[in-house]
Design a protein around this ligand. Structure first.
Ligand code: ATP
Ligand code: MG
Length: 590
C-alpha cells in the first residue's frame, strides 16, 4: 500500500548522532519523496545511544545504518552459528569465522506497533506485508507468529511471556516462518511445543530445523501401505490391522483406555526399529509425567520423543504442539526411518484452537469453532505417509486420539477427523466397564487400508473372526429374552463369549506376532469351547508359555517367514489340544 497510495504529506523521523549537513538532508528527502510519492517533512533528533550513523523511519519502514543496528546484526549472526554448535567447546573460532564471514546489510525492515495484547495474543498495526505464519520479533525479544491477516491489523500468537509487551511496543518482521529444532538428539527426551527440553536434562544439539507447517508429500512421492505396524493388541492386529504410513483414529469417551492403546502400541515397537513420538495436548501434567515414567520403566523412552503442551500452558502452545511433533517425525521419515506418532488428543487441540481464534476475533462457526477447523486437522494428518523408495522409503504412521461425549461420534470434530483418517478404533464405555478391555467395538471400528499390510500368517489365522463376532453380538441381543435355547444356539453363544474373552488383554502386555497367530488358530478352531469363560485368559497365557518353552522353533519359524502352512496349523492345534487334555483339571469344563 505504501508504494501505491499517494500520501499528501509524509513525516519521517531521523535519529542520528551527528546531524546531517544540508546536502545529505536534501538527498534523504528526495529518496523518500520518490519512494512514497509524497512531500516529506523530516524531523531530526539526536540520539547518542546509536553510537554512530543514523536510523531513518518513514511510512512503517526503518532504514538502519547505525552502529547499534550493525552490532545487532552481528549478534544475530553469531547466535545463529552458535545454534549449530561450538567447535571444540570454544567461542573464539566461532567469533573469528563470524567476523570473517560477516556481511553487513543496509537493512530496511517493516516495523509495526502493538495495538493490544493479552492471553498470549497480540494485535499489531503497520505490518503491511507480513505473511501468514511469519515470525515477528517484539522489542523485548519475545517472538510471535502471524495467525490472522486483516486489512489494517495483524493478529499474532506469542511464544513467550506477554507481560513485557505493551500497547505501543515496536514489532519487526523477520521474513522467516516458524520452525522447530529436530534430530536424533531429541530421542529419549521430553520437550515443549517449541522443542525446548523440559525434563531437566542437558541442552539438545539439533541436527537441523524444520518448519512446523510443511506441505504433505504428493501422490508421486508416496508408496502404498505394505508393512504392518503391530500394536501387540490382539483385538486390533487381528481385526483392524494398521499399516506403516496409515492414519488410524482412536476414538471413545473419557476413561475408555484410549491412551492405554496408544501406549501399548508404542511399547510394542521395542526392537522393531520404529521411532515413536507422543504429543500430549491439553493433558494434565501429572498424566504426562506418569506416561513418561512408564516409558522409562519399560525401557521404551530411548526410542521416543514426548512433546508436551499440558492443560496449564497457553492455548497457543497447545495449538503448535502437534505440528511441532509432526515436523520432528518428518525429519526421521525423510531419513528413511519408520515413525509412529500419537496425537493425544485432537479434541483438546480443536478446543485450544477455538479459544485462540475467538481471541483473535475470528467469526465463530458451527459449535463456535472457526470455519477452518477441518483444515486444522487435515493439513496435520495428511503429512503422514509411506514415502516411495526414491525418497528413502521412510514412513510416518499417525494415531490421532479423539474424545467423544456420551459416545456421540456424529459431533462436529469427531466426524471431521473420522473423514480424514483411514479408519477408527471405536472404544465403548459399556464394554470397558464390563471388563472387556481393550473396549473395542467391533461393529463400529474399521481399518480401510491396513489389510494390505497384514502378514499372510495373521490373515490366515484371523479367518472369519470379525464375522463370527458380529453374528454373536446379533444373536446375543435376540436371545436375551428367551430362556429355552436349542443346543446349537447355546454353542454359538458360548463360542462368541469365548472369543470376546480371548480378546481381553491386560495393559502393558503386548503379544508378539507368533503368540497372536497361535491364539487365533486355537480360537477359530473352537478349542476354547471346552474351557469355562472365567478361565480362558489364564488358559491362553499358560498355553502361550508352554509354546514358548517347549516349542521355540515353531515360534521363531512363525516370526521369521510369517506364513501359516497347513502343517504348522495342525502342529499348533495338536500341541494346544494335548496341553488342554493334560491340564483338564485346571482349565477344563467340570
Ligand atoms: P482420558 O479420557 O482421561 O484420557 P483414556 O480414554 O485415555 O482416558 P486411559 O487413561 O488410557 O483412558 O485408561 C483409563 C484407565 O483404564 C487407566 O487407569 C488404565 O490403566 C486403565 N486401563 C486401560 N486399558 C486397560 C486394560 N487393557 N486393562 C486394564 N486396565 C486398563
Ligand atoms: Mg487419555
Amino acid at each position: 500500500m505504501t508504494d501505491k497510495t499517494p500520501v499528501e504529506r509524509l513525516t519521517a523521523r531521523l535519529l542520528c548522532v551527528t546531524p546531517p549537513d544540508a546536502a545529505q538532508e536534501e538527498r534523504m528527502r528526495r529518496f523518500l519523496s520518490q519512494k512514497y510519492g509524497a512531500e516529506v517533512a523530516l524531523s531530526i533528533e539526536i540520539d547518542p545511544s546509536l553510537r554512530s550513523g543514523f536510523r531513518l523511519s518513514a511510512g512503517g519502514e526503518v532504514y538502519d545504518w547505525s552502529a547499534e543496528g550493525r552490532l545487532q546484526q552481528f549478534r544475530e549472526s553469531v547466535e545463529q552459528r552458535a545454534l549449530h554448535g561450538l567447535q571444540d567447546g570454544s567461542i573464539i573460532p566461532l567469533l573469528k569465522s563470524g567476523i570473517q564471514e560477516f556481511k553487513l546489510l543496509a537493512t530496511s525492515s517493516e516495523i509495526g506497533t502493538v495495538l493490544s495484547v493479552g492471553d498470549g495474543i497480540a494485535v499489531v498495526e503497520g505490518l503491511e506485508h507480513a505473511a501468514y505464519g511469519e515470525i515477528l520479533l517484539f522489542e523485548c525479544g519475545v517472538k510471535g507468529m502471524v495467525q490472522d491477516l486483516r486489512r489494517h491489523e495483524t493478529g499474532c500468537i506469542l511464544f513467550g511471556d506477554d507481560e513485557e509487551i505493551e500497547a505501543g511496543s515496536r514489532v519487526a518482521r523477520t521474513g522467516k516462518t516458524a520452525g522447530v529444532p529436530v534430530g536424533e538428539g531429541f530421542l529419549g527426551r521430553v520437550v515443549d511445543a517449541l522443542g525446548r527440553p523440559i525434563d531437566g536434562g542437558p541442552e539438545v544439539k539439533p541436527s537441523g530445523y524444520r518448519p512446523i507447517e510443511e506441505p504433505a508429500p504428493g501422490i508421486i512421492e508416496r508408496k502404498s501401505v505394505d508393512t504392518p505396524l503391530e500394536t501387540g493388541l490382539l483385538a486390533i492386529d487381528a481385526m483392524f490391522p494398521i499399516g506403516r504410513g496409515q492414519r488410524e483414529l482412536i476414538i471413545g469417551d473419557r476413561q475408555t483406555g484410549k491412551t492405554a492403546i496408544a501406549l501399548d502400541a508404542i511399547l510394542n515397537q521395542k526392537g522393531k526399529n520404529v521411532l515413536c513420538i507422543y504429543v500430549a495436548i491439553g493433558q494434565k501434567a501429572s498424566s504426562v509425567a506418569q506416561l513418561v515414567e512408564n516409558l522409562r520403566k519399560r525401557g521404551a523412552l530411548d526410542y521416543c520423543i514426548v512433546v508436551s503442551a499440558t492443560a496449564g500452558e497457553e492455548d497457543t502452545m497447545q495449538y503448535i504442539a502437534p505440528y511441532a511433533g509432526c515436523a520432528m517425525a518428518e525429519y526421521f521419515m525423510h531419513e528413511g526411518r519408520d515413525v509412529l506418532i500419537v496425537y493425544d488428543d485432537l479434541s483438546k487441540h480443536a478446543i485450544a484452537y477455538r479459544a485462540m481464534s475467538l481471541l483473535l476475533e475470528r467469526a465463530p462457526g458451527r459449535e463456535a469453532y472457526p470455519g477452518d477447523v477441518f483444515y486444522l486437522h487435515s493439513r496435520l494428518l495428511e503429512r503422514s505417509a509411506h514415502l516411495s523408495d526414491a525418497l528413502g522409503g521412510g514412513s510416518m504412521t499417525a494415531l490421532p486420539i479423539v474424545e467423544t461425549q456420551a459416545g456421540d461420534v456424529s459431533a462436529y470434530i469427531p466426524t471431521n477427523i473420522i473423514s480424514i483418517t483411514d479408519g477408527q478404533i471405536f472404544l465403548e464405555s459399556d464394554l470397558f466397564f464390563a471388563g472387556q478391555r481393550p473396549a473395542v467395538n467391533v461393529g463400529l471400528s474399521v481399518s480401510r487400508v491396513g489389510g494390505a499390510a497384514q502378514t499372510k500368517a495373521m490373515k490366515r489365522a484371523t479367518g472369519a473372526l470379525r464375522l463370527d463376532l458380529a453374528q454373536y453380538r446379533e444373536m446375543e441381543v435376540f436371545t436375551q429374552f428367551s430362556s429355552d435355547l436349542d443346543e446349537n444356539t447355546r454353542e454359538q453363544l458360548r463360542y462368541g463369549q469365548g472369543l470376546m474373552r480371548m480378546l481381553r488383554q491386560k495393559q502393558y502386555h503386548p503379544l508378539s506376532q507368533h503368540a497372536q497367530v497361535i491364539v487365533l488358530v486355537c480360537a477359530m478352531e473352537r478349542l476354547f469351547l471346552n474351557v469355562p469363560d472365567a478361565r480362558i485368559a489364564a488358559f491362553r497365557d499358560a498355553m502361550l508359555e508352554h509354546f514358548e518353552q517347549e516349542h521355540p522353533s515353531l515360534c521363531t519359524g512363525l516370526e521369521e517367514d510369517r506364513t501359516l502352512t497347513d502343517e504348522r496349523k495342525q502342529q499348533i492345534l495338536s500341541i494346544a489340544g494335548d496341553f488342554l487334555d493334560k491340564n483338564a483339571a485346571r482349565f477344563g469344563r467340570n
